[in-house]
Design a protein around this ligand. Structure first.
Ligand code: F6P
Length: 550
């Protein structure tokens, strides 16, 4: 596929065929699609690992799916996927390989970057993590005063925070409940303050997680944490070694900060921040759930990697989910995508996916740097059901916008719940199933009127339906299932970026804000004259300084 042809994605015959097909099927209703095909539920469902994926409630026919797969073929999704798995430098703007899949590859695998097999190094770090996590969990690793570690505070932001913080929430039932885990990310001092205010420094381990080790929020928070620790212990710098470890690709900066590089857990530039929590960045999680559970999670990732790499297009779940997103974003003008997990433990899941999806595919130039003329990544949002049902679901059901949604649930409640709390699980899942049904099929005016609703209220109580959902159902929320789910979304995002011909692995868009913040800060603290402040920003700075008496 040459660059010029890729740039004109919207003029490719496969693209135009989809546009034409969209016109032809128009506003076809899911009620009709189900009525026409009694086997639709069974035909439009796939299984990958422990995940049962029902995509029957989508506005698609066999033709739609065939045309979408043809688009994937024409845009070279499989070729780019294979190049990624081979370790080619498909992150072209940063000149890097994209190998998060190597982080969960078995030790026998051979994956080369610049002629070097990276798998042995991955497993060496995993062994070092296991050893360290084991020593913290057993109490063998002691703090400066000889007390065992009871609190672990991860300091990081973006990919160095969202992954472990999310996964710790998800896997709490597997965690050592005698350990307290906290995650600090925000440069707002309140975040660190709240995280440590009730902790004993003698029992606290800080994990400073930063791929670059230059991120201002993380370095600032880590510096403050070190001051808090030393003040609390009344100790000198030598106490740092027992209370600080680093997760990074940058040994030099770690040493500059004062952390012994013997206490550094390494990863590599071919692991993107938002794809990194199964690398050393997951150390806090491994301490919480233990190395065996962590390995189960990695195996779950790997299972879906292999599926994505080898399954036929008709059975390839990440490919399907990616293409469905393209169908709505590019051919139905959907602007957003809701992820609605029916599990309290998945409370941070959607926030994690926001970075994964929006930092990856929030791009408006193609790989060759030319402006794209088609929609790219959606706004990803959502919170666990049933809470959202009493807040924003109204708009999904009856608003003017089309919002495709993923409903995620688990057949069994977690083992730890008491019988009376576990009994609530039926009600939780009944809500998930009912929402999928209501969104798809709605309620016609005739049905509403037949219930004796006064005529003037009928339009208000009518639900058009035809709101598409994917239902992802697993037996139970285990470490492996979490790995499977995350890999599924990683590869879905990959598929979309490949079709759109964008670099899903850079994030230049976040740089400008960082640079400007560094320039503005002296204006706030020292009243320094900052070149290039627009009048609005200058007035805001002046107001801030006045309030602070500066
Ligand atoms: O601000 C964007 C970003 O670079 C993310 O991509 C990354 O996950 C985050 O900052 C944190 O970066 P680091 O791990 O280097 O501190």
């Amino acid at each position: 596929m040459n660059a010029e042809a890729r740039h004109r994605l919207d003029r490719m015959p496969e693209w135009n065929a989809l546009a034409k097909h969209r016109d032809e099927i128009g506003e076809v209703h899911l009620r009709e699609l189900f009525a026409d095909d009694p086997r639709r539920a069974e035909r439009y469902a796939l299984t990958v690992g422990d995940l049962y994926v029902d995509y029957s409630k989508h506005l698609v026919t066999d033709d739609t799916l065939r045309l979408l797969r043809e688009l994937a073929k024409a845009t070279g999704v499989a070729e780019l996927r294979d190049a990624m798995f081979r370790g080619e430098k498909i992150n072209t703007t940063e000149g890097r390989a994209v190998l998060h899949t190597a982080l969960r590859a078995p030790e026998s695998a051979v994956i080369e970057v610049d002629g070097e097999n990276v798998v042995p190094a991955v497993h060496a770090v995993l062994r070092k993590m296991r050893d360290f996590a084991g020593r913290v969990r057993s109490g063998e690793w002691k703090g400066h005063t000889g007390k065992r570690i009871r609190n672990v505070v991860n300091i990081g932001i973006g990919g160095s925070d969202l992954g472990p913080a999310m996964a710790y929430e998800v896997l709490r039932p597997y965690a050592d409940r005698d350990l307290t885990l906290r995650f600090v990310s925000n440069v707002d001092g309140a975040d660190l303050h709240e995280a440590v205010r009730d902790l004993d420094p003698a029992e606290t381990l800080f994990i400073v997680a930063s791929k670059t080790f230059t991120t201002i929020e993380t370095v600032t928070n880590a510096t403050s944490a070190r001051k808090w620790l030393l003040a609390g212990l009344g100790a000198g710098e030598d106490a740092v070694a027992k209370h600080f470890v680093a997760l990074s690709t940058n040994a030099e900066k770690v040493a500059d900060f004062g952390i012994d590089t013997a206490n550094m857990f390494e990863f590599w530039d071919w692991v993107g921040g938002r794809y990194s929590y199964d690398s050393a960045i997951g150390l806090s999680l491994m301490i919480a759930i233990g190395p065996d559970r962590f390995q189960e999670m990695l195996d779950g990732f790997h299972l879906v990697d292999e599926h994505f790499r080898t399954a036929a297009p008709e059975e390839n779940v990440p490919l399907l989910l990616g293409l469905l997103g393209i169908w709505y974003g590019n051919f139905h003008d959907a602007q957003s995508h809701a992820v609605l997990p029916y599990s309290h433990y998945l409370s941070k899941f959607t926030a994690y996916l926001q970075q994964l999806d929006m930092e990856s595919n929030g791009k408006s130039v193609d790989r060759e740097g030319r402006r794209v003329e088609w929609q790219t990544g959606p706004v990803v949002w959502g919170t666990p059901g049933t809470n959202g049902q009493h807040a924003y679901y109204q708009l999904i059901h009856q608003g003017t916008k089309l919002i495709p949604a993923d409903l995620i649930g688990f057949a069994r409640p977690v083992d730890e719940l008491s019988p009376s709390l576990a009994a609530q699980h039926d009600l939780l899942m009944a809500n998930l199933f009912a929402q999928g049904q209501a969104l798809a099929f709605g309620k016609t005016a005739e049905e509403v009127a037949a219930e004796g609703v006064p005529a003037e209220l009928v339009p208000h109580k009518t639900f058009r339906g035809n709101r598409p959902t994917t239902t992802i159902l697993a037996d139970a929320l285990t470490p492996s299932v979490l790995g499977q789910l995350i890999a599924l979304y990683e590869h879905k995002v990959f598929v979309q970026g490949a079709v759109w011909n964008i670099d899903s692995f850079d994030q230049w868009g976040v740089e400008l804000g960082k640079v400007l913040a560094k320039r503005v800060e002296p204006a706030l603290s020292e009243g320094a004259q900052v070149e290039g402040l627009d009048v609005s920003t200058a007035a805001l700075v002046a107001r801030y300084r006045a309030v602070r008496g500066r």
